[in-house]
Ligand binder design. Structure first.
Ligand SMILES: Cc1cc2nc3c(=O)[nH]c(=O)nc-3n(C[C@H](O)[C@H](O)[C@H](O)COP(=O)(O)O)c2cc1C
Length: 338
């Protein structure tokens, strides 16, 4: 029996970010993994081999929920096929002023303006290293979403991403260059053709250098916004191929708040149900340009098993969720993979 809807009604009376911290506090406790596996079931689906990694199922936790890599064993016990932690920046950051997460239950949506609050790469590297000590067969694939610090200029942005790669390379399976958060000033400009090429080439070079000394090669992806037009998506796909990226995460949150019909504009990005169609359309278009040469991780508004199928039919190999976890709770993966 799923008791989460009852609990959710109580939790939704409290501030969204306070509940988020409470949830993480519980999930990082040493007893959480055992409890999570009791209340969930092992999904009966075929595992997926992608790159050199084995995914027990295609549903992953999207970046931003476990920003500081505090609760990976609990996500694994909730049957997530993989987890993306971060966004991580070189030094710790406090992010934007609160309140910076708002719920819109009637739309099954969230609007957030977090601005990459995180513990910084050193502390996060230590937590990831701890998880990595488990034998490979007892771990799920872990990705790290990396970003630039708020005060770093766009011209110097590649240095922040490269620093994160150097500090974290040994401790994760894939890395995602985040150029699509709406909450770090001007970050999305990095998606423009010339800026994107100038950003991705040195990052790819750094990754190749880090990979060259080891048999344990790591993958390099980048994450795009859902607010790109058709021409921009074509360019982004071409550049992904040209610069040798290993995949694309599509999509981040949208700046288009029109589905909420708000009286006052709000800062931040919209996620959840109202984003679903838009992100699927981006995946479909991206996929038509990529022609299967590199994989897509689909993300945006996935709440049901039909939504998972929709993303995969559009061209995604794996799917991530964030907002639906807030609305569906610890049995999310079971609800999405019946
Ligand atoms: C509160 C919140 C914080 C987020 N933080 C990040 C982040 O740090 N880095 C990132 O790449 N995406 C972040 N995201 C975006 C999600 O990873 C995801 O791309 C987006 O929410 C769409 O998926 P969803 O509709 O399943 O939530 C955040 C989303 C929310 C709601």
């Amino acid at each position: 029996m799923n008791l989460y809807p009852l609990l959710r009604d109580q939790l939704f009376r409290l501030d969204a970010e306070a509940v988020h911290h409470l949830a993480l506090h519980c999930l990082k406790s040493p007893v959480a993994p055992a409890l999570c596996s009791i209340i969930t079931d092992k999904p009966r689906c075929q595992s997926i081999k992608l790159w050199d990694l084995q995914f027990s199922n295609p549903i992953g936790l999207a970046a931003g929920f476990d920003k500081n890599a505090e609760a990976i064993p609990a996500w694994q016990s909730m049957r997530f096929g993989f987890v993306e932690v971060g966004t991580v920046t070189p030094k710790p950051q406090v992010g934007n002023p609160r309140p910076r997460v708002r719920r819109f239950p009637q739309h099954q949506a969230l609007v957030n303006s977090m601005g990459f609050p995180n513990d910084g790469l050193e502390l996060i590297a230590r937590r990831l290293q701890h998880y990595r000590r488990l034998p490979a067969a007892r771990r799920i694939p872990v990705g790290v979403n990396i970003g630039k610090a708020k005060q770093t200029s766009l011209e110097a942005a590649h240095q922040d991403y490269c620093q994160c790669l150097r500090g974290l390379h040994a401790f994760a399976d894939y890395f995602v260059v985040n150029i699509s958060s709406p909450n770090t000033p001007n970050l999305r400009q990095l998606q423009n053709e010339s800026e994107l090429r100038r950003l991705l080439l040195p990052i790819r070079k750094e990754m190749d250098a880090l990979n060259s000394g080891t048999t344990d090669k790591k993958q390099l992806l980048f994450k795009i916004a859902p607010d790109l037009d058709e021409k921009q998506i074509e360019k982004v796909a071409q550049l992904g191929l040209e610069t040798g990226m290993d995949g694309i995460v599509a999509t981040n949150t949208t700046l288009d708040h029109s589905p909420l019909q708000l009286d006052q504009p709000l800062p931040g990005g919209l996620s959840g149900h109202p984003l679903r169609e838009k992100s699927t359309a981006i995946i479909r278009l991206l996929s038509s340009h990529l022609g299967g040469r590199i994989p897509i991780i689909g993300c945006g508004g996935v709440f049901t098993s039909d939504d998972v199928k929709e993303k995969m039919d559009a061209g995604a190999t794996l799917v991530q969720i964030y907002t639906s976890f807030v609305y569906l709770g610890p049995r999310s993966v079971n609800l999405l993979l019946p």
